[in-house]
Design a protein around this ligand. Structure first.
Ligand SMILES: C[S@@+](CC[C@H](N)C(=O)[O-])C[C@H]1O[C@@H](n2cnc3c(N)ncnc32)[C@H](O)[C@@H]1O
Length: 330
């Protein structure tokens, strides 16, 4: 078997084990390839170079495939692109013949795949759920692990993106024990559960009742049920139960978050950090969100301090998915 060029995190040998653990917890390590040692440095192969935390340098280098593994590339003769969510493998292909060859190769490889799904639509509608073609296996429910939390999720019924793991971790690392954490669009709980695991009192709201069922199950699964309140409903109506309550608000509904800023202001405490997700043109990706937040919060008496203007990932040509971390104080 010949070596393959792969994206790798490059670190000094002495930082190798700590870095390996960090990447493994984030499910970023590519277990299909060996770690390489050269000139006092380690090269750790990663599955998603865009997901690697900014402080870790990524380089491309030849690394040997694990001898004991049969990879889809070994069967196909070309490298397919795929993502793993628990025991589901997700691909995004158009050509029917190529799609079926990739699905067969994944199932015949050493990857522990129960199901192979092809994206059959964009995420759509109020609940942001995608349609899928089931190419192999039959289950769309799986357990996904991310930074030490476990999420039971059915991708046929609820929104979930494993690609956002690093971004969620960036936000959750800011959470302090005892704080009031409110996720306005909570899904199955990928922000709420790790926030509660850090000691926050957490509320998650979602209009998708199935997502809220999974959020409750995930609170139990991660032993934080006593600190998690999961509410099915429109957050614009639920907000009245939590006036001026939140120390931290997460708004991950990037196409229409601006329509919910009045609700955010209703929920915000006297001092509150808002994590506001947006999708905007690359020429001014943060400006429109900042203007909308000021327009909603300043008349309510808040000083608005934008602490971080962060780019999460590119969303489409010339469009960026961004996050503004904003402190509101009055
Ligand atoms: C992009 S998903 C984010 C889910 C989760 N935070 C995550 O990162 O996986 C947005 C979620 O907002 C929910 N949603 C949309 N409109 C809503 C509303 N008016 N009130 C509460 N939830 C809403 C959708 O059902 C969907 O689960």
């Amino acid at each position: 078997m010949t070596d393959m060029e792969r994206p790798c995190v490059r670190v000094a040998r002495e930082d190798g084990e700590a870095t390996r653990q960090r990447l493994a917890e984030a499910e970023l390590l590519d277990h299909d390839y060996d770690i390489v040692h050269a000139d006092g440095e380690l090269y750790l192969p990663v599955v998603d170079p865009d997901g690697v935390p900014a402080d870790l340098p990524v380089a491309t280098r030849d690394v040997p495939p694990r001898e004991s593994q049969t990879l889809p590339v070994d069967i196909l003769g070309f490298e397919p692109t795929y993502e793993r969510l628990g025991e589901i493998v997700i691909i995004d292909e158009d050509d029917a013949e190529r799609t079926s060859a990739i699905a067969d190769a994944i199932m015949d490889s050493s990857i522990p795949a129960e199901t192979v799904l092809n994206r059959a639509s964009k995420v759509k509608g109020e609940q942001r759920v995608r349609e899928w073609d089931v190419l192999a296996g039959d289950g769309t429910e799986t357990v996904h692990r991310e930074y030490g939390s476990e999420f039971l999720v059915d991708v046929a019924d609820v929104y979930f993106s494993p690609r956002l793991a690093t971004e969620r971790h960036r936000v959750v690392e800011q959470v302090e024990s005892g704080e009031h954490f409110f996720d306005m669009f909570a899904g199955v709980g990928p922000f709420v559960i790790p926030a509660a695991r850090r000691g926050a009192t957490a509320v998650g709201v979602d209009i998708n009742e199935t997502a809220i069922g999974y959020l409750r199950a995930n609170a139990e699964r991660n032993d934080v049920a006593e600190r998690v309140t999961a509410i099915a409903g429109d957050v614009r109506e639920v907000a009245a139960e939590y006036p001026s309550w939140a120390d931290r608000l997460v708004m991950n509904l990037p196409h229409s978050a601006d329509e919910f800023l009045e609700t955010a202001v209703e929920l915000a405490g006297e001092e509150c950090v808002l994590h506001y997700y947006d999708i905007q043109h690359e020429d001014d990706p943060h400006g429109p969100g900042e203007a909308a937040i000021r327009e909603a919060a300043e008349p309510a008496g808040y000083d608005v301090d934008v602490e971080t203007r962060h780019t999460v990932r590119s969303y489409a040509p010339h469009e960026l998915n961004v996050c503004l971390d904003v402190r509101l104080i009055r």
